[in-house]
Design a protein around this ligand. Structure first.
Ligand SMILES: [Zn+2]
Length: 204
């Protein structure tokens, strides 16, 4: 649990701006003098962390999340991560927890940036193969680990990809560009001045 409270302080500051928590909720950590970050590993062995019952808490940028990048209007997001590793009563190794952030995506109605809060519950069963994934309990998404180490960013990116809307849009009625488009008068189809001229010259 070392580092738990200071990191909550960092997450608290972030969630305040994201509006996930009631802003009237009591803050027990407002007096924390400095924000300490637990160092998140770049790569790790999920089996070993599960056997050790480890927890990972901290923040992560979007660097290296190349599958997520094409949908982003801005890459400068910070993802808060809380993951608990363990072994369940059926002897399955798991990762449970939560990842949350606000991503700036492109509104598919007006093509302007739209801030989309993402809050994803993580429930992964760590398995060595697709065959082993078949026997996982319902409620676990399989995390197939067939290499000695996996990248934390890849796991977080998978979770974010599952959570982002397929077609991100501003709330109905709040796309400025679309309102302008709708209010723009439809041009009245006019006869070409050359056609008028031609009729005047040859009135037959
Ligand atoms: Zn829009």
């Amino acid at each position: 649990m070392r580092g738990f409270l200071p990191i909550l302080a960092a997450v608290g500051n972030m969630t305040k701006t994201l509006g996930f928590f009631d802003s009237d909720a009591p803050r027990h950590y407002h007096c924390a003098p400095m924000v300490m970050q637990e160092r998140l590993p770049t790569n790790f062995d999920p089996f070993r962390l599960a056997d050790a019952g480890r927890e990972l808490r901290g923040q992560l940028g979007l660097e290296g999340m190349d599958r997520l990048a094409p949908g982003l209007a801005d890459r400068a997001a910070v993802v808060a991560v809380e993951l608990k590793f363990g072994v369940d009563s059926e002897k399955f190794r798991y990762i449970s927890g939560r990842v949350w952030t606000t991503l700036t995506l492109l509104c598919q109605r007006c093509m302007q940036p739209v801030a989309v809060p993402v809050d994803k519950t993580v429930s992964l069963g760590i398995v060595p193969s697709a065959d082993a994934a078949e026997s996982l309990q319902p409620g676990y998404d399989p995390l197939i680990v067939d290499t000695p180490l996996v990248a934390l960013a890849t796991i977080i990116e998978d979770e974010l990809l599952l959570a982002v809307p397929m077609v991100p849009m501003h709330p109905p009625g709040s796309c400025e560009a679309v309102v302008l488009l709708v209010e723009k008068p439809v041009p009245v189809k006019k006869e070409s001045p050359f056609a008028v001229l031609a009729r005047l010259k040859d009135p037959s």
